[in-house]
Write a protein that binds this ligand. Structure first.
Ligand code: MN
Length: 205
């Protein structure tokens, strides 16, 4: 196994009640683990079998033929899900927004509440499956969405700070079709602002 499934940064029930242990169990243990397994199957015996996850994503992204397209979908989903788990914080450890990040949020969105509303709106206007991201682009914060396995990693101008999974498997066991309820709960209670601030600092290195 070349690509590893990273450990969840908290217990499976740590996101309750917003996201149930059952959802995390399937989402991490079946979906995320499944993307890892499929990626390893696709790279076994290939010249790029020892490439890093990031290298696999960048290598396969511009080549949407069948083999490379499938590799991109699986490798990017591995990376996106790891970023997603790190974008969330246990429900009993709610976070305030670090000052360095808050200054940029206030400048670019008006307030943290306005940013949360924008994340929810972006998720609601995403047709089908995909992701909502807070990114740094050309010195400014932006909320963007990607479809399916799409990831800002392939856009050299965008540095991801936070993400929210808006595939139905992220919320269907808990909220069924109510994507808005899921997005509201995540943005109000679970976002790991320290992780976002750490990612922001890395962009300044
Ligand atoms: Mn997912």
């Amino acid at each position: 196994m070349t690509i590893q499934l990273p450990q969840l940064p908290y217990a499976e029930d740590a996101l309750e009640p917003a996201i149930s242990a059952r959802t995390v169990s399937f989402h991490y243990g079946k979906h995320h683990a499944g993307y890892v397994q499929k990626t390893n199957e696709l790279i076994a015996g290939q010249p790029y079998e020892n490439a890093s996850l990031e290298e696999l994503i960048l290598m396969s992204a511009p080549k949407p033929d069948s083999t490379m397209g499938i590799l991109f979908d699986n490798a990017a989903q591995v990376w996106n899900h790891t970023f997603y788990w790190n974008s969330l914080t246990p429900a009993d450890q709610p976070q305030s927004v670090p000052d360095s990040l808050r200054q940029l949020i206030d400048r670019d969105f008006g307030s943290v509440e306005a940013l949360k509303a924008k994340l929810v709106r972006k998720g609601l206007t995403l047709f089908g499956s995909g992701w909502v991201w807070l990114v740094l682009e050309n010195g400014g914060l932006r909320v963007v969405k990607t479809s399916n396995a799409g990831t800002p990693l392939t856009n050299p101008d965008q540095k991801p700070l936070l993400c929210i999974d808006v595939w139905e498997h992220a919320y269907y066991l808990d909220e069924q079709n109510r994507r808005a309820d899921y997005l509201k709960q995540v943005t109000d209670n679970l976002l790991n602002w320290s992780f976002a601030a750490e990612n922001l600092e890395k962009t300044e290195e």
